[in-house]
Write a protein that binds this ligand. Structure first.
Ligand SMILES: [Zn+2]
Length: 255
């Protein structure tokens, strides 16, 4: 289904990581079958019931498992790691500090294996995220959904932290189920001009995303359509950068 959607909506590559019905192993297997399209990330995110006790106990065993996955060379990044995630349907809230041993352990592994880390951290812990970014200036962090921050905080974080990348999944949807202010669209269609200005000013710091898939065909079609609607409003150069180049450079597909 994912490959069909990519073909239908013109996506040449996709970062993939596990969801409710997959695992690091099944993701790696799918990516080895379709190496030119799928870019696998390894995750030990705490929303998985099996991983959460290790997060609560700061148990190194789980970090060692992640290290072993990265040592295979199959994975091009780490994530999505939902360290701080508000509750939503089928998802118990997580609230682990970005400076906790599990997150810093993940950053150490990213540094060692030279891969980016995709972090979901809500704005409630943005100050700690800032400290983490300063502590690991050589590790690229893809901020999932840009932490759902408003425009001013998006600009401030990007200006302060050169290793931060703002990912736009779920921000281009006409409506977000958790909060009406999460979308960057002003009317379900047009992107706010202020957001367009910021993205056009630093397109190498932004990337698109679809968010979780495989829930229903209509929901997935809405997600892909929303990305294309957003990209159509950018200048050609920014469209190329935000639509693919920012990500492909981070994961080593582009030099
Ligand atoms: Zn997320």
């Amino acid at each position: 289904m994912q490959l069909d959607l990519m073909k239908r909506w013109g996506a040449s590559h996709a970062v993939v990581f596990w969801g409710g019905r997959s695992s690091n192993e099944s993701v790696a297997e799918a990516a080895s079958t379709f190496p030119d399209q799928l870019i696998p990330f390894a995750s030990i995110s705490p929303e998985r019931t099996a991983y959460r006790p290790a997060w609560i106990a700061s148990d190194d065993t789980l970090l060692n498992q992640l290290g072993a996955l990265l040592a295979t060379g199959q994975f091009k990044g780490i994530g999505e790691i939902s360290a701080v995630h508000f509750p939503s349907a089928g998802f118990d809230e997580t609230d682990f500090s970005p400076l906790s041993p599990m997150v810093t352990g993940i950053m150490e592994l990213a540094r060692k294996h030279r891969v980016p880390v995709m972090l979901h951290v809500e704005s409630t812990r943005m100050a700690e995220l800032s400290q983490l970014l300063e502590r690991y200036p050589d590790v690229p962090v893809i901020w999932a959904h840009g932490g759902y921050t408003p425009l001013f905080l998006a600009r401030r974080m990007l200006e302060r932290h050169p290793n931060l990348y703002y990912e736009l999944s779920a921000r281009t949807w006409p409506h977000h189920p958790r909060s009406p202010d999460y979308t960057i669209l002003r009317d379900g269609q047009q992107v706010w001009p202020e957001w367009l200005s910021l993205i056009e000013a630093m397109p190498h710091r932004f990337m698109v995303g679809t968010d979780a898939s495989n829930r229903s065909a209509s929901a997935d079609a809405m997600k892909f359509a929303s990305v294309q609607n957003f990209l159509a409003q950018l200048s050609p150069a920014a469209r190329e950068q935000v639509g693919s180049e920012t990500l492909l450079k981070l994961v080593g597909v582009r030099p």
